[in-house]
Write a protein that binds this ligand. Sequence first.
Ligand code: PLP
Length: 450
Amino acid sequence: MKTKEETHTLIEKDQKHLWHALYKDIDGANPIIATSGEGSWFTDIDGNRYFDGVSGLWCLNLGHGRKEIADAAAAQMMKLSYSPLTISHEPAIELAAKISELLGGGEYKTFFSNSGSEANETAFKIARQYHAQNGNPGKYKFISRYRAYHGNTLGALSATAQANRRHRYDPPAPGFLHVHPPYRYRSPFGDTPEADIIAANMLEEMIVWEGADSVAGVIMEPFISGGGVIIPSDGYLQRVAEICEKYDVLLIMDEVVSGYGRTGKMFGFMHYEGVQPDIITMAKGLTSGYLPLGATAVKAEIYESFKGSGHNNQFRHVSTYGGHPASCAVALKNIEIIERENIVAKVDYQSNEILSELRTLVDHANVGDVRGVGFLYGIELVEDKVTKVPSSDAFVGSIIAACKQKGVIIGKNGDTIPGFSNVLIIAPPLSSTEDDLTFLVDTVKAAFGM
Ligand code: PLP
């Protein structure tokens, strides 16, 4: 461990030179400085250990310290340290083929990038170019849902329908529209599955009112994650897919959070029978956070229009590091471990008990709703269960602080929608042990005095 003086020097340097994400720079407030990790836990510079109840930024799915993954990266770096995807390399070929196999429902062709934001940007460009090359150059608009986050770059941020995240970065790029989410707890149409179908029908209405010949795609997560863990009823996504097909609108599924087992299926859309998205974007769990990688998988039929020697038929898009050989090697090893350790089935099995434990919290006066799927949970806090007025930042913060004090990091939908930073978010590493998960649940309950 570092001496007090060394720690002090590091904090000073941090405050002087390092710009943190989503961080209010308030005098005297220091971020946690993480120094090492083991499984689902990490240790800070003062020697405090924390259970990471949000998997870093929902990505550390297999936990810290998987030597096999580190070895795969090192071996690849020694064998072929870099190669652009203007030519090809083995790990990218194998990974693209594996992604196609995992997605089911026919062949997919994958374009690699470095992050979830880039994977979504790539999807938007592919969708517009596809329509243009298919005789529909007027189709350029994208529809997403209020409360959804799709990334930090200006296109992905324009699809992000969270006013606070866009504050001072607006105006958004033209052509991005937003529609009601399937948010039963606060739906004006009631807390019933039919309310979610009405939300889907509102999407159809928007497409018709905008003119279907101007709409290129709909982008959505199967479950809104960072916007407050919003879980649609069965039937919602099927209805959305039906609407997209009817109006020749591409269904872009953002699986950046929900992919690779987070929801108890390999991909979140697989919870909805019969749905096979046109484009699927992924990042985070693709490498379990060990190295950066984004991917945009496109149905082979869509790729058809990018073939041939026609003028400008090719996708005019390149990323220096997208599909880096080491990142692809890490992703392949990550997927091998997910399959070998039956991680997806384990999450599916363990999630029921965790969710039923967390649901006991609704007995607390300030817990309005508890939602979840797989290892993704949201606890919506309210001042009053009848009016559903959101809890104050101070109350939400006090629960997070109580968990942290007992050694558990949990999150919230912070700074997304004005006045609604009131959903606690829990998303533990998928490989967490039974003991880890019991500790997590017990700590969260204790924070509510239960
Ligand atoms: N899409 C979703 C649903 C996300 O939650 C995120 C990030 O949290 C992104 C896209 C953007 O991913 P990245 O931070 O890797 O750019």
